[in-house]
Design a protein around this ligand. Sequence first.
Ligand SMILES: Cc1cc2nc3c(=O)[nH]c(=O)nc-3n(C[C@H](O)[C@H](O)[C@H](O)COP(=O)(O)O)c2cc1C
Length: 186
Amino acid sequence: MLENNLPGWRHDLKSSIRKEGESPSKRWVQLATVNDKNEPRLRTVVFRGWQQDSSMIIFTDRRSEKIKHLKSNPNGEILWFFLTGKTQYRFKGEIHELNELIDNEHYWNTLSEKSKFSWFWGSPGEKINKKFQSTNEIPPNLPKPENFVVLKFEVDSVDLLKLEKTIHRRYLWKKNNQWKKIEINP
Ligand SMILES: Cc1cc2nc3c(=O)[nH]c(=O)nc-3n(C[C@H](O)[C@H](O)[C@H](O)COP(=O)(O)O)c2cc1C
């Protein structure tokens, strides 16, 4: 797809990311899900890239709580905050597992050996078993395990707030409004 055909907010986001320079935290986002008691749950995850023009890719562990939440409720929100630009993006959308064998293999191979190894640790959130954690050696060429999950966050609205000197600016885009940019009160 031509860069110019991207939803307008992708250009704003690109510029916000660029302003953060080399900081690894520029790819850390907060992902909210809802559990089966209707309680919100938040955690930090790494933004791994785009699928089509408006879906975000996230890697996770099948054994984690968020996977249980998504089974009963696919709705999610991503908050992406940029310190340098004093800018906040709130993305609303649905989250689904990506089950493309070749793509998932490719995604697995984008990880360092050290990152891959974390999918072979004990089950997230369970009482630690020191026996499993004691190894400092990371085996090379780890194959993609069953618990490696690629999530696709399909954005359907974007709420951008920029803290600016004279007046803060806030904009809204909705997919069902052809991603038309609307300025709203901050
Ligand atoms: C900087 C940072 C990056 C993280 N990246 C991820 C990630 O990409 N995927 C992930 O599942 N968890 C990631 N985590 C761990 C999550 O925040 C969370 O602890 C874990 O996913 C379990 O969450 P859950 O029990 O709500 O499913 C990251 C944590 C931090 C602090």
